[in-house]
Design a binder for this molecule. Structure first.
Ligand code: NAI
Ligand code: AKG
Length: 526
């Protein structure tokens, strides 16, 4: 089994097949996002995905064991992130059936020598994720930390897959060197650390875990609200230094207080439920109009929120619009004695302005989990050499500082490990882009064992007129069993399963597609 792959900016091509072409024939239905079967399928298999109107419960289910050509059992699982502990196992959703009602055996979609695939996992990706990738037979290198840019560039040249969390910056400068890179796995929610546009333009898919750690962040924020209201950080520090300081002045219950949530997405809306259960009134501000959960109320402007809230918590992504979203002007708008919590991204709060607001008594406390510059590894790095205000921030009272641990729970990390690794395996082995944050989402059911002599063609190309005609002229000499294509902006993704192909046909198909001017990346899996 082998993989042929070539990107327009590189001459990369993994060695051709070492083992003979296997010969399945395909019997499947189209799985297009707009196809009714797909929609039913998605509802059955994946549950409701979170759409902006708060379809909260997406489930990832199903696990199946498939015998590999080498006789190794492998498991493709879609793990669940709605519950920290649950893992659902259900049969593959769309069986096709042989006469007599026997299900067709899915073809082991391991369409190349797995040891050809080199993966670099940085930032201590959870063991669950490592295990899934290792079981596939890929070459996995695991590092606990992120890497400085020069070392990252050295390493990324060699790999087909990189797995990161929030610290590794995959900028254009770094990605330019990643000539073999097929796919990036962000083992977290945020994808701001990756140049998504550059990646898409170069046929590099990016996957993340959109909500597996949302609950962990929401729980941390609830804890911080109580910690701040009761000055627990300061009392605990004093006790650790041997000082007994029993006070009730400016210590509050949170019941009846107003929580202002900025960014009512996965985390913000989860937090809304928890806060109301604690007796808080919830208001939220978001750039889009969103259905309120419980009795929460959306307010039209950020200023409205700042003026009404006792506690303000930030759950927006890092974008140009959210940079310094909370600065001197916004602190002025806040109630005197308000509290600020930031577990989103460090750039969202202007820290010198926060220091001023804290020293001047405008805010009664703050909790920060994220910072504009964060260390690459654990150790004594949180000082002024990292951020010029480092020591001043540390000296403030009733300010809780945590080292970006919002999503750092066993439950979240396990779920993320499984979810992102599964997405990587599906993409590497089958070309499926479902869940990709930067490429069109394309999904086609896998080949089955009793369908010989098939190849799966993946053609990522510039979205310009006339490409499909040219592609289909190339494929016309073969039987195209199924084909799907979708586009996202300038990038289009085409997937086709062709039957009755011989090894030499595969090379021709690959080379012909690869010579088209629209080509970004050509892969042929068989
Ligand atoms: N501290 C930690 O460990 C973690 C931090 N995060 C951060 O939290 C952020 C939010 O996560 P989710 O809730 O999952 O994201 P989400 O995408 O589900 O929700 C973000 C919400 O912010 C809104 N938004 C975007 N720009 C805005 C603006 N300028 N003003 C007001 N609202 C705006 C969006 O419309 C959306 O509703 C992530 O982007 C990530 O950076 C996420 C997980 C863990
Ligand atoms: O746990 C991490 O490394 C990152 C958490 C985070 O900020 C995210 O998921 O976006």
């Amino acid at each position: 089994m082998s993989l042929l792959c070539c990107r327009s900016d590189s001459s990369y091509s993994t060695p051709p097949s070492k083992s003979p072409l296997q010969g399945p024939t395909i019997h499947t239905c189209l799985h297009h996002p707009h196809h009714p079967t797909y929609r039913q399928d998605l509802a059955d298999r994946v549950g409701k995905r979170f759409l902006k109107q708060r379809l909260h419960s997406r489930k990832m289910a199903s696990a199946r064991d498939i015998s590999q050509p080498m006789g190794i059992d492998r498991t493709v699982s879609y793990s669940l992130s709605v519950s920290p502990t649950a893992t659902f196992h259900s049969p593959p959703a769309s069986h096709s059936f042989l006469a007599g009602g026997l299900p067709r055996r899915p073809k082991p979609l391991k369409p190349f020598n797995t040891e050809d695939i080199k993966i670099l996992l940085l930032e201590n990706v959870n063991q669950t994720g490592q295990d899934i990738l290792t079981k596939q037979g890929y070459q996995v290198e695991f590092l606990k930390t992120s890497l400085p840019e020069d070392q990252l560039i050295e390493k990324i040249r060699d790999v087909h897959v990189i797995g990161i969390r929030s610290k590794t910056k995959l900028t254009e400068k770094v990605l330019r060197e990643a000539k073999n890179l097929l796919v990036i796995g962000c083992f977290c929610i945020g994808t701001n650390q990756v140049d998504l546009e550059y990646a898409a333009k170069h046929g590099i898919a990016v996957f993340n875990s959109p909500f597996a750690n949302s609950r962990s962040v929401a729980e941390l924020v609830i804890a911080e609200i109580i910690f701040l209201a009761r000055q627990l950080g300061d009392r605990s520090n004093e006790m650790h230094k041997g000082t007994w300081n029993k006070v009730s002045s400016k210590c509050w219950e949170i019941r009846g207080k107003t929580l202002g949530i900025v960014g009512y997405g996965h985390i913000g809306s989860q937090l809304s439920v928890l806060a109301e259960a604690m007796g808080m009134s919830v208001i939220y501000y978001d750039v889009i109009t969103l259905m309120a959960i419980g009795t929460a109320k959306q307010v039209p402007t950020l200023d409205d929120l700042l003026e009404q809230a006792d506690f303000i918590t930030l759950h927006v992504p890092e974008t140009p619009e959210t940079k310094n979203m909370i600065s001197a002007k916004q602190f002025e708008r806040m109630k005197k004695g308000a509290y600020l919590i930031n577990a989103s991204r460090g750039t969202v709060v202007d820290i010198p302005a926060l220091i001023k607001a804290s020293r001047g008594g405008k805010i009664a406390g703050a909790a920060l989990d994220v910072y504009p510059n964060e260390p690459a590894a654990n150790g004594d790095y949180f000082n002024s050499s990292l951020n010029h205000w480092g020591e001043e921030l540390c000296s403030l009272s009733n300010v809780i500082l945590t080292p970006h641990i919002g999503g750092s729970t066993e439950e979240a990390q396990r779920a993320i490990g499984v979810e992102v690794s599964d997405a990587l395996v599906r993409y590497i082995n089958q070309g499926t882009t479902l869940g990709s944050v930067n490429l069109p989402e394309v999904n086609m059911r896998s080949l089955t064992q009793d369908e010989p002599n098939h190849a799966r063609v993946i053609y990522i190309h510039r979205n310009v007129p006339g490409v499909l005609r040219k592609v289909n002229e190339i494929l016309a000499e073969h039987n195209v069993d199924k084909q799907i294509t979708d586009s996202k902006g300038d990038i289009a993704y085409l997937m086709a399963d062709v039957s009755n192909v011989k090894t030499e046909d595969i090379k021709n198909i690959h080379d012909n597609l690869d010579s088209l001017t629209s080509r970004i990346l050509t892969r042929v899996l068989y």
